[in-house]
Design a binder for this molecule. Structure first.
Ligand code: CA
Length: 223
């Protein structure tokens, strides 16, 4: 499992690098956005840990350019300040998760584990629900004949909904299974992601599969 860290604060970068190397990840550090983009887009890494404020090119631009290039590498965004605006724009640009600095290593570890877990899990057969089809090996999704392009996080959320189709899932259930850590600050992140999924999965289709259960959570239901 190869991880790229793009972070100009040397102390933070080496703290993350050492911790992840102890967990047997192969880690490369890049110190600016231009070099970081080039490496991240090389296809050589399984996960990108991307700082928001970077010299030469900021993290948000790096992320936007990667997604525009069709690169779906899982991205964990780091942000120095707890500004919701930064977090939301990072998520809008296709970040899979985010962390606010300073953080303890255990928190980072949980997020890295969640984002890299898919390669271990992805050996099953296709998953289907209604006219939805999920390919767990390549993380591709179709509705009927239409391919739906999802980020890694959106995919894991949809896969969880499909595996539990017909059951009402609370935000806590979803957080436990798709994020592996509890939310305290940004509990609305689940709603944000459900909205992304709705736009992509249900957007143009008359039959809406992702439904809200008022006061309880969400359910994947056919009709
Ligand atoms: Ca920085």
């Amino acid at each position: 499992m190869r991880i790229l860290i793009v972070e100009d604060e040397k102390k933070v970068a080496s703290f993350i690098k050492r911790g992840l190397e102890d967990e047997n990840y192969q880690v490369t550090v890049s110190n600016d956005g231009v070099d970081g983009f080039r490496r991240a887009n090389s296809g050589e890494y399984d996960l990108l840990i991307l700082d928001y404020m970077l010299p030469k090119k900021d993290g948000l631009t790096v992320l936007q350019e990667l997604r525009e290039a069709g690169n779906q590498i899982p991205v964990l965004m780091l942000t120095a300040k707890a500004e919701t605006a930064d977090v939301v724009s990072a998520l809008d640009a296709g970040a899979d998760d985010f962390m606010v600095k300073p953080f303890v290593f255990n928190e980072l570890q949980a997020r890295v584990r969640a984002l890299t877990r898919r390669s271990k899990q992805d050996r099953g057969a296709e998953i289907r629900f209604a006219d939805l089809r999920l390919d767990p090996v390549n993380h591709k999704v179709w509705r009927g004949q239409v391919e739906i392009v999802l980020t890694a996080k959106e995919y894991s959320l949809l896969a969880y909904l499909v595996r539990n189709a017909g059951k009402t899932l609370s935000r806590a259930n979803i957080a436990d299974n798709c994020w592996e850590y509890p939310f305290e600050t940004f509990t609305n992140i689940i709603d944000v992601y459900i909205n992304y999924l709705r736009k992509k999965v249900d957007g143009d289709f008359p039959n809406k599969l992702i439904q809200t259960v008022r006061g309880k959570g969400y359910i994947l239901k056919n009709g």
